[in-house]
Write a protein that binds this ligand. Structure first.
Ligand code: 1PR
Length: 531
């Protein structure tokens, strides 16, 4: 019996889907006695350290878990599931962990690098391991802001380390008890293989294996992520299609452009090596995603076959349905997470939240960003920014953060600011992208997706001035979007602004103009790390 320790604090659907893909069946632990009855336990910790430990305590799981672990029975902890094995964490001072491994989990402090550490990085084995052996260049998906470090008292547990500014522990193993900081269920074929080895119990090694699976000493590097984006909406016949606009206009000869079916395209991009897939439900501002069952079904079916992170955006906000029932933004997001999303993205509602914050001058916990981040973690909240350039002849003409631009405006203006918009670019607001980015970071967003209405679908390359401006304003990861036309545009982006973590494109992938592999080959030729 493979048992899943789901303490109900977040999305464990990805783990369920990955285990199902490997042909194994999971049983849920629903009572403390199920723990000692299990043959193997997977503990896919999600959310925050403090709430995870509080929930384990409340459910009466702590003592049976300690007993199970002390008896050296098969256990796999993932992410918070690894962190909970330590004595405590900076994330929840005063809250005790399971205390199986000596040491504290600390907040990452990688100096000039972004926190969370989000994306594909390598692992450096400290001893031989057939369970974790991968190709030297293989990468696994990480997303976390806290990590444990190797010390004299825990070094016998450490099986692998990863470098992000400083080295941190990415895997531990002693006997049958193992845990990883990365997400094998979201790490494509490499991650599924690691999970399969745990599920099938293949861990013992012959002498020959020990030579093959010897550790590698070289430093690991975080890869630049390449994200495929699917803008989804109903066409005029009522079918859910992937569409693509030019400057957000998705109609051609009066019809909504139809570039394919969402699940098929997502599957194609997964197989072609996309590091993440994003769905944007682009007309959800008109209605609620909870009324949009086909979109939720797309997400459910995609997550059964795509084992890289899935982000979904569109319509994440509070709403009241036709029967007068009120749904909070957290409830809307929860439905997306339950259906298979790893991250949700918020567009219009983030702009309104930032305006309210600036009017009020403080946080009050009421925004969707704060509420969703508190339950699902900061890393699960992406802000999708839809800016448009506003040209001015001189910075004195505006109170907004203004930059000199190398792309003059229609009347030769040499300055511009970037205005935030809502409702899919239909309405401009009196808020600039620097204000929005800073407030969203303050409210607890984990990542920013920077679109550009000017560049969208133009194939002229990313708006480097816009992206550099936002990159300098925040410390959370940043995804550059809009305008990619050829592989060179990606190298230009990562060379000009090497602190940008990811690049997203849509049109060139949908129209088969540029394969994802061609982008990665070009990046590698230029010495830029990829998966
Ligand atoms: O406001 O929370 O409901 O979210 C709505 C979401 O839908 C936002 O993330 C917004 O960006 C998106 N959206 C709304 N209308 C459109 C539209 O196109 N009419 N799509 C739209 C935005 C932009 C990118 C696009 C890149 C790359 N799409 O995601 O995929 O620009 O394109 P390219 O590589 O072809 O240039 P809410």
């Amino acid at each position: 019996m493979i048992a899943l320790l789901d303490y109900g604090a977040g999305n464990v659907r990805s783990v369920r889907n990955a285990v199902a893909q490997l042909g194994c069946q999971l049983t849920d632990i629903t009572a403390p006695e199920d723990i000692l009855r299990a043959e193997r336990i997977i503990f896919p910790g999600v959310g925050a350290f403090g709430s995870a430990m509080a929930r384990l305590q409340q459910l009466g799981y702590i003592e049976p878990l300690r007993e199970y672990l002390a008896a050296d029975r098969p256990f796999l902890g993932i992410c918070i599931g690894l962190q909970s094995l330590f004595e405590g964490s900076d994330e929840a001072p005063g809250v005790a962990g399971l205390g199986i491994i000596p040491g504290q989990v600390r907040r990452l402090d990688p100096h000039s690098l972004s926190v969370p550490h989000m994306g594909w990085n390598g692992i450096r084995l400290t001893r031989t391991s057939r369970w974790l052996a991968t190709e030297k260049s293989a990468k696994l998906y990480f997303v976390h802001s806290y990590a444990a470090r190797r010390t004299a008292s825990n070094c016998d547990w450490v099986l692998a380390e990863t470098d992000y500014g400083q080295p941190f522990i990415s895997a531990v193993q002693r006997g049958q008890v193992r845990a990883v900081q990365f997400h094998p269920e979201k790490s494509g074929a490499v991650g599924l293989e690691i999970l399969r080895r745990f599920l099938t119990g293949r861990g013992q090694m012959t002498r020959r294996d020990q030579m093959i699976y010897a550790p590698v000493a070289s430093a690991t590097h975080l890869a630049k992520r390449i994200i495929a984006c699917l803008d989804v909406r109903n066409n005029d016949q009522g079918d859910l299609v992937v569409t693509k606009g030019d400057q957000y206009d998705v109609r051609e000869a009066g019809e909504v452009r139809n570039l394919g079916k969402p699940i098929e395209l997502a599957r194609r991009y997964y197989e072609e090596g996309a590091d993440e897939i994003t769905f944007l439900n682009i007309t959800a501002f008109r209605d609620s995603p909870l009324a949009d069952q086909p979109m939720l079904e797309v997400l459910r079916r995609t997550s059964e076959q795509v084992f890289v992170p899935l982000t979904i955006g569109g319509g994440i906000r509070a709403f009241t349905d036709q029967d007068g029932r009120f749904y909070s933004a957290l409830e809307v997001a929860a439905e997306y997470f339950r259906s298979g999303a790893d991250k949700i993205s918020i567009g219009s509602d983030a702009v309104y939240a930032a305006e309210e914050y600036l009017n009020r001058g403080n946080k009050d916990g009421s925004s969707a960003i704060e509420q969703i981040a508190a339950v699902y973690g900061n890393q699960a909240v992406v802000i999708s920014i839809d800016p448009r350039r506003v040209y001015v002849a001189s910075p004195d003409e505006t109170t907004h953060t203004c930059i000199p631009t190398t792309e003059p405006g229609p009347n030769g203006e040499t300055y511009c600011w970037f205005q935030c918009t809502v409702r899919g670019g239909r309405e401009g607001r009196d808020l600039d992208v620097v204000q929005l980015a800073r407030v969203c970071e303050e409210l607890g967003a984990g990542e920013l997706l920077i679109n550009s209405i000017d560049r969208d679908g133009s194939k002229q390359g990313f708006d480097l001035e816009l992206i550099a401006l936002i990159r300098d304003a925040v410390t959370i990861p940043v995804i550059a979007s809009s305008g990619a036309g050829c592989p060179a545009h990606f190298t230009q982006l990562f060379t000009a602004i090497n602190t940008v973590e990811a690049a997203l494109a849509a049109g060139i992938f949908h129209r088969h103009e540029v394969p994802i592999a061609a982008v990665k080959t070009e990046l590698r030729h230029c010495g830029i790390e990829t998966r």
